[in-house]
Design a protein around this ligand. Structure first.
Ligand SMILES: Nc1ncnc2c1ncn2[C@@H]1O[C@H](COP(=O)(O)OP(=O)(O)O)[C@@H](O)[C@H]1O
Ligand SMILES: [Mg+2]
Length: 484
């Protein structure tokens, strides 16, 4: 689809996208700084991004002429988090709950493939059996038209692959901490009958606090799968599942017949990568690596990285043993062995973590968000010469912690906050990017008329009616219309 050529065409696309509520778009376009008359369509998109009505990702898609697919069920897509073998992963926000989630989307054409669909279902079902702090939680699975998507916990963090690529190899304490946490997550999966089969740095995330989480159960093998079509067609001896650099030797020979010890090998290869800054076999083509996994020993980690203590190096190489009987037999065993090197959580450098986009509120109508959403906040305009030109859109803001204690920022003072002013106020929680629709106006009810006043009015009315009745009766009697 061509890029929007004209401003009206772009505005039409923004409307059709459902990203910006009509009232917000109206307010935006009425603002002289939006300059819809003479500005280029990119200027409008940049400006919409600046005032957080859309995200940069959405702006780029709109600029490319796209306006469909921003909304999946109750979720609005905000950004792309990654892409892999199965499809794409997006950051999204639940329209009503204002919660960030990650959506893993299986595209329509892939959905038509029976194997891919069953794999996706398998991932969802396996994830549904798991509940562990070191495994990304999967909340739901949905269909929208031809698309299938998984709704997952959003991890504001960085993959171990990206962490090493961008920030170099890890200290012994950091590597041990991440590997131990993954081992604990794997132990949980193991106890529920799953073998992950794709443990690798790209499938492990570490959040801002240093909590490591494993994800991507796309290749999971579960005890409950039995002899399903997928097991025979994809997991058969002739198909290699997994990622070459982290593949256990027995998995390369027969992916369908592996147990949790294959994951322990892959975790050993991941730990090696964290410490060395490169995979076990950094050189060579995929075919060569697959052969080397069978018989060649990797360079000892303490020669690649002399500051790695011998005992930690021994853990790495035990996990990487060619024969699975010589490895740790359970992830718990490996986690226990690593315990000696773990001093606590090791947060990654915060600069490596992309914060979610600043979204004061969703552009799309959310149930019961009501009129408060029309109070779009634009950045404060530069002060005029006398320093006092509040922009019509800059309104009184109520801010405070989500705990509910609310303070007033700016004028007017709380005493001056009339019901009308409150009607325009917005409440922010502790995360400034969000604006709560609970900010909806509190319109004061008229003061109740006092009981005494009511009684008085009733008595006066009664007396007046009575008096009128007597006067009319006397008149009619005098005129002879009525007689005794
Ligand atoms: N829940 C999540 N939170 C944050 N980022 C995620 C999440 N899930 C996936 N990602 C990002 O998307 C990438 C691909 O996800 P993954 O589940 O591994 O898909 P695939 O099966 O296509 O490999 C990951 O490497 C990660 O960077
Ligand atoms: Mg993956």
């Amino acid at each position: 689809m061509p890029s929007p050529a004209t401003t009206p065409e772009l505005i039409d696309r923004i409307r059709k996208s459902g990203l910006v509520a009509p009232s917000d778009l109206h307010t935006f376009l009425a603002d002289p700084r939006s300059d819809p008359g003479s500005g280029s369509s990119r200027h409008i998109l940049d400006r919409l991004t600046e005032v957080h009505l859309i995200t940069k990702f959405q702006a780029d898609r709109l600029a490319a002429g796209k306006y469909k697919g921003f909304v999946l069920g109750s979720y609005t897509i905000l950004d792309r988090l990654g892409a892999g073998g199965m499809g794409q992963v997006f950051l999204a926000e639940h329209a009503a709950m204002r919660r960030f989630v990650a959506l893993k989307v299986l595209p329509g054409n892939v959905c038509e493939d029976d194997i891919a669909r069953e794999r996706f279902l398998r991932e969802a079902r396996a994830a549904a059996t798991l509940d562990h702090p070191n495994i990304v939680r999967v909340y739901d699975m949905n269909r929208e038209g031809k698309l299938l998507y998984l709704v997952m916990e959003y991890v504001e963090g960085v993959s171990l692959q990206a962490l090493v690529e961008k920030d170099g190899r890890r200290s012994a304490a950091a590597a041990a901490s991440y590997a131990q946490q993954v081992a604990l997550g794997l132990q949980h999966a193991h106890e529920r009958g799953h073998v992950h089969r794709d443990i690798k740095p790209g499938n492990l995330l570490v959040d801002r606090a240093g909590v490591a989480k494993l994800l991507d159960l796309g290749l999971v093998r579960s005890e409950s799968d039995g002899d399903s079509k997928l097991t025979s067609q994809l997991g058969g001896a002739r198909t290699i599942l997994g990622t070459v650099d982290y593949l256990a030797p027995e998995q390369a020979l027969d992916s369908s017949n592996v147990d949790i010890r294959a994951d322990i090998y892959s975790l050993g290869a991941t730990l090696y990568f964290l410490l060395a800054g490169h995979p076990v076999f950094p050189e060579g083509r995929a075919g060569q690596k697959l052969m080397w996994q069978q018989w060649r020993d990797p360079a000892p980690i303490d020669t690649v990285r002399p500051d790695v203590p011998d005992a930690l190096a021994a853990i790495v190489h035990r996990a990487l043993a060619k024969k699975r009987e010589e490895r740790f037999q359970t992830p718990q065993e490996m986690a226990d062995a690593l315990g000696r090197w773990v001093g606590g959580l090791v947060p990654p450098d915060g600069r490596l973590i992309v914060a979610p986009p600043n979204r004061p509120f969703l552009g799309r109508s959310a149930p019961s968000s009501g009129s408060s959403r029309s109070s779009m906040r634009l950045p404060a305009p530069p002060p005029s010469e006398n320093g006092a030109t509040p922009h019509p859109a800059s309104k009184l803001t109520l801010s405070g912690p989500a705990s509910g204690v609310v303070q007033l920022d700016g004028d007017p003072s709380p005493e001056q906050a009339t019901p009308r002013v409150l009607a325009e106020a917005t409440v922010e929680d502790d995360r400034p990017r969000r604006r709560s629709s609970a900010a909806t106006a509190r319109i004061a009810e008229p003061a109740p008329t006092s009981r005494k006043a009511l009684l008085l009015v009733a008595a006066i009315s009664g007396l007046t009616v009575g008096l009128l009745f007597v006067v009319v009766a006397a008149l009619l009697f005098a005129l002879g219309i009525i007689r005794t």
